[in-house]
Design a protein around this ligand. Structure first.
Ligand code: 5GP
Length: 347
């Protein structure tokens, strides 16, 4: 047994220190980033926020809406190939270039990914997603997907430490997805005692990835626009959001009326709800590692995404970053023991 004494931080442990700035208005801040990915050589330009591949967030409708802002959506893996065929027929490259095809690591997943990618050249992102990215099997699977799709952008995860980020990039991933346990409907830390504070995971994994020319997605744990900024400030190239984009018209969750008010169901992808829906219940050998919540129905996602982008722009003006790309260079985090003042309730 070993104890690491290094300090590890979550979003709630820090704030940005304001810095002098020549920016007059948040409208001067550019959130668009241009990436050329390491293995595929692909270029992508957009606002590097991604709706999570959860089945009450990452829907086709979400992709159509968010792509208007060049924001990405990782489409959940429960659509059939026929569903995808319908989606690619009605939507142009501006939507499809911003949609990620999610997959697990089974033989059937591999075949399904091949079938979906064969529908159109406009799909360029593959998101290989398993809860425990430390499995040797993931590395082999990334190599296999890279060999099959040399020119597609491959994301793989989830991991939280630099050693594994390096291994996945060397195996062929352009992007590594970072986060174990921080998610809003995740109970991994409670059920297993495993996890890593998300801001430190991002800082350490970004450092490892950037050294090799790879990119990372900070996945999970953002509860407000300020957290999204902190993830970018810590070095995340992309930030993935589940709960912040759930509960909207486009989230495609089940709507429930209770005492005249509308709610939408939102659940973790390893929750009992998800396993009941997609795998016929929780298998005997495992425990559910996600929960189910009812969120007040929030209408179209447009206002929320504008609000998030407005918050990030504002962060940039406070620290003097004219572009999102500069935010991490301009970021000095101060450790704090308080965040917002909740005297009149929570925002
Ligand atoms: P959020 O933005 O809601 O805090 O986090 C979203 C992320 O939580 C997802 O992208 C995914 O990585 C993670 N997640 C989703 N469902 C589950 C689950 O059932 N269990 C665990 N451990 N993580 C989940």
């Amino acid at each position: 047994m070993r104890i690491e004494q290094d300090l590890k931080l979550g979003f709630k442990d820090v704030l940005f220190r304001p810095k002098r700035s020549t920016l007059k208005s948040r409208s001067q801040v550019e959130l668009t980033r241009d990436f050329t990915f390491k293995h595929s050589g692909r270029q992508w330009s957009g606002v590097p926020i991604i709706a999570a591949n959860m089945d009450s967030v990452g829907s086709f409708e979400m992709a159509a809406s968010l792509s208007k802002h060049n924001v990405m959506t990782a489409i959940h893996k429960h659509y059939t190939v026929e569903d995808w065929a319908g989606f690619v027929k009605n939507n142009d490259a501006s939507v499809l270039n911003n949609a990620m095809v999610s997959t697990g690591t089974s033989e059937a997943d591999f075949q399904k990914t091949k079938d979906i990618m064969a529908l159109t050249d406009d799909l360029i992102f593959i998101c290989i997603d398993i809860a425990n990215g430390y499995s040797e099997h993931l590395v082999e699977y990334v190599q296999k997907v890279r060999a099959e799709f040399p020119t597609k952008v491959i994301s793989a995860g989830n991991v939280v430490t630099g050693d594994m980020v390096e291994e996945l990039i060397l195996a062929g991933a352009d992007i590594v997805k970072v986060g174990i346990g921080p998610g809003s409907v995740c109970t991994t830390r409670v059920k297993t005692g495993v996890g890593y504070p998300q801001l430190s995971a991002i800082i350490e994994c970004a450092d490892a990835a950037h050294g090799l020319g790879g990119r990372i997605i900070g996945d999970g744990g953002c509860s407000c626009a300020g957290d999204v900024s902190k993830a970018f400030g810590g070095g995340a190239d992309f930030v993935m959001l589940g709960g912040m984009l759930a509960g909207h018209e486009e989230s495609n969750g089940e709507v429930i009326e209770k005492d005249g008010e509308m709610f939408m169901k939102f659940y973790g992808m390893s929750s009992e709800s998800a396993m009941a829906k997609h795998s016929g219940g929780v298998a005997k050998y495992r425990a559910a590692e996600g929960k189910t919540v009812l969120l007040p129905f929030r209408g179209p996602v447009e206002n929320t995404i504008q609000d998030i982008m407005g918050g990030i722009r504002s962060t940039c003006t406070y620290v003097g970053a004219a572009q999102l790309k500069e935010l991490t260079k301009r970021a000095t985090f101060i450790r704090v023991q308080e965040q917002e003042n909740n005297v009149y309730g929570k925002e």
